[in-house]
Design a binder for this molecule. Structure first.
Ligand code: 4AD
Ligand code: MG
Length: 430
């Protein structure tokens, strides 16, 4: 590489370097010009004085515009006050013009920004969110590999539903009839554990959610993990370890990004502590006592999730749910056939459910009975039932919603900012 990246400027103090990137912002005060330069890897202030750069370069500086791309050379120096580096401009070359860049420094509404998402991604906060997203993804891979999970990919096109039929995206599949976009790869990686023991998938999933909340997308990324011979309590331990590893990696690797987002990191540090477990029944009692009108037998709403963790520094597992409101594959508790071994993990600070997990029903007869009662098209699920016919074992798994996790780490309220190109019920562009 014949040029230097902003993130490596510290290794070039006092040297003249070449840099390639874009003009994020600029201002001049008389005979000095300050250019906020970004190269994709970071941001740096470039300082140019008319006296030192000479007339020709000074004139080129007059042609700067927001988001114009440039190549520059300059001398690396230490910022006089802050722990930062600066570049004293020597020369400059324009690469690509930028006329009337639509995103200015004034406030824009969310609709305008979303319609310009392809450009909005360049702004500093969005840059920081995407970097943190990347660290969260890698932290998940790292943790799972360490715990002996291998990546097995699940198909996106499926003949059946994983998470109920109300949120399916449907399409015509040649002469095979209807196919659906997957809601979760879980059922397929359940099949794969019988081959490899522990595995996970990680990819886009689709839900035709009619809800327009700040926590819902119609396309989002999910990591589904599954493990043979792991039962409910151990499953929750693995989940806790996974989330705490993500928190630690973000705190360790994303200090400057968190600072750009003005994320208070104290709550994140405190969340890296023993998680709480509350039964569903206990949870309902707690919510009712704290202002919710939820009734036993109902799913938690967004506000309930916020109330539940309002006074908790650590995430809370809501454990052992009524069978009727959880998916067909959840294992029925042996001591209470109305309950299932399902746990939802609710993040603190109002970020809602970040994980859905459960022990899976491994008994052929019980599963078949439940699927029949729920009127599932058994022919489509024959392969799934086979898993309980040939060497069935106790097994468990969980799914992390990537965008919810990133929103929590970043401290951004709406998950639409945590995915490069959000898909919501009223938005498919750009
Ligand atoms: O709780 P869910 O529906 O669980 C499953 O799909 C299981 N099959 C996972 C498994 O056991 N392997 O979804 C998992 C997580 C939720 O906890 C939530 O964080 C996220 O996915 N999620 C969404 N994120 C954004 N937009 C939506 N519409 C979401 N629906 C669920
Ligand atoms: Mg769920």
């Amino acid at each position: 590489m014949d040029y230097v990246l902003t993130k490596d400027l510290k290794d070039h103090l006092g040297q003249e370097v070449t840099m390639k990137g874009w003009v994020y912002n600029f201002r001049s005060s008389g005979k000095i010009m300050f250019v906020q330069f970004r190269d994709g890897y970071g941001f740096v202030q470039v300082v140019a004085s008319e006296e030192e750069v000479g007339a020709e370069v000074w004139q080129k500086l007059g042609e700067l515009a927001l988001e114009i791309s440039i190549e520059l050379t300059g001398r690396v120096s230490k910022h006089p006050k802050k722990e930062e580096y600066e570049v004293q401009l020597v020369s400059l070359k324009m690469v690509g013009a930028s006329v009337d860049y639509p995103i200015g420094k004034k406030e824009h509404g969310p609709d305008f920004l979303l319609s310009n998402r392809h450009l909005w991604l360049r702004s500093q906060k969005q840059w920081a969110i995407m970097r943190i997203r990347n660290v969260v993804i890698n932290a998940i891979y790292e943790y799972l590999n360490e715990q002996n999970f291998i990546k097995i990919d699940a198909p996106v096109l499926t003949p059946n539903a994983c998470e109920g039929t109300t949120t399916l995206f449907e399409l015509d599949y040649f002469d095979q009839g209807k196919a659906y976009l997957t809601q979760s790869g879980q059922l397929y990686i359940e099949a794969a554990i019988f081959s490899v023991g522990r595995c996970f998938d990680f990819g886009p999933v689709f839900r035709a959610e009619k809800s327009k909340t700040r926590r819902h997308l119609t396309e989002f990324w999910m990591m589904d993990a599954e493990a043979a011979y792991v039962e409910h309590a151990e499953n929750m331990k693995i989940q806790e370890g996974n989330i705490r590893h993500i928190i630690r990696m973000v705190l360790e690797k994303c200090q400057s990004e968190l600072a750009i987002l003005e994320r208070d990191i104290e709550p994140l540090k405190k969340a890296d502590n023993d998680f709480k477990i509350m039964s569903y029944e206990e949870t309902i009692g707690y919510l009712q006592a704290n202002g919710s009108d939820i009734k036993y037998g109902e799913d938690l709403g967004g506000d309930d999730e916020t109330i539940l963790t309002a006074k908790s520094e650590v995430p809370v597992f809501v454990d052992k749910w009524p069978k009727d409101i959880k998916a067909f594959y959840t294992k029925v508790c042996p001591d209470d056939s109305k309950l299932v071994f399902n746990s939802d993990l609710i993040a603190p600070e109002g970020y809602g459910e970040v994980i859905g997990g459960s022990q899976r029903e491994d008994d052929y007869d019980i599963l078949l009975k439940r699927m029949t009662e729920e009127k599932l098209p058994l022919a489509d699920y024959q392969w799934y039932l086979d898993l309980r016919k040939y060497g069935s074992v106790p097994h468990s798994g969980y799914g992390i919603g990537l965008e919810r996790m990133v929103a929590w780490m970043c401290g951004v309220k709406h998950i639409r900012e945590t995915i490069p190109f959000p898909r919501m019920i009223s938005r498919i562009y750009p």
